[in-house]
Design a protein around this ligand. Sequence first.
Ligand code: PMT
Length: 398
Amino acid sequence: MFEDKQILLGVTGGIAAYKAVELLRLFKKAGASVNVIMTASAQKFVGKTTFEVLSENPVLSDLYFDTQSSVTHIDLATRADAAIIAPATANIIGKLAHGIADDALSTTLLAVTSPIMICPSMNTDMYQNIRVQRNLDILESDGVHILDPDSGVLACKTTGAGRLPEPWFIFDRVKAMLTKKDLKGKRILVSAGPTVEAIDPVRFISNHSSGKMGYAVAKAAENRGASVTLVSGPVSLDCPVGVEQIRVDSCDQMAGAMLDHLKEADIIIKVAAVADYRPVDPKTCKIKKKDNTKGLSIALTENPDILKIIGEKKTKSQFLVGFAAETDDLEKNALLKMKKKNLDMIAANLVGGADSGFKADTNKVKLFCRDGASVDLPLMDKDKVANALLDHILKNMR
Ligand code: PMT
């Protein structure tokens, strides 16, 4: 989403100015063009050259000496798709809240019409000072996005709120800020990852689901303004920012969590790879290895089909989507599952190859709708598949 985007990065004078370097790299890596404006005090912490080399653009810090023309700052403001101030000192927060323009950054910011994000970073007492809080409230009510600081040990050796969040987090929130909020007001229930079914305390039956596809759906939906609950089997992924996560292990636990949250959901997307069977009699002690054991077998029983249960319970206004992991007869099997489980849409997922399905970063999916329409998506990154899926859900809900 950052390709062809112009980001204006304002850096002010705080110890966290070094983190702005990494933030700049993340924007550049994502394909954005970045222009940096530094205050005089920011340059006491990090040199201008670092930002110039990494942004491949001149850094603006002095309205009279750094400009290619007398209106460079206006050009930068007009071209910006977003302006991010990280770290933002109490000084720049105060100036922006009151329309003061007395240096390159504060002057340029007054001419920015695109979304602005302020990332306050300072000593806890300063941050909590009533005047700083009042200025942040003014900015928030003016429509400026404020990213709350993290808590932790600060440069002044005190502990509390005031740390600049990590660059990846700021990047993630800028991405969300720039995403169209076409799912605002919608509540989405997503399941992801595998389930694990205990054989004994140390062994289980499961599958290769990494959770990547389901987490991509949850993240994309949150970025688009939805309120998202993610029921997740055991995976090693971090919960997407802003998403409510419920961790489960077994199919029974996943069924319980999904059904608990079903009523309030507008859209239910079941990406999880649920184990179809579980051991009838999971042992409470580790099964010991015996010599010369031949034909050891574990009796299995069928797990509840969560998607089918939801299909039976869902109301007319709820939109239910399933995934079908198939190695062959993709269309035939997916359509059968859609009918059997009373789905509004099914994502038929080609699995078994290295670049699609389980564990891969990319996925090959064909969407089938209840009205017979289908969309064959190309092989894409899972976040792109997630967004395409959400686009088609929105189209079919209306
Ligand atoms: O997690 P990744 O590594 O990114 O991999 C993604 C994925 C391949 C797991 C995902 O894209 C996918 O295809 N998920 C569905 C896997 C699956 O279990 O397919 P299925 O055909 O067995 O089940 C069909 C549907 O019924 C699924 O929505 C499944 O969640 C649901 N189901 C299945 C069995 C069961 N007992 N309860 C269910 O709800």
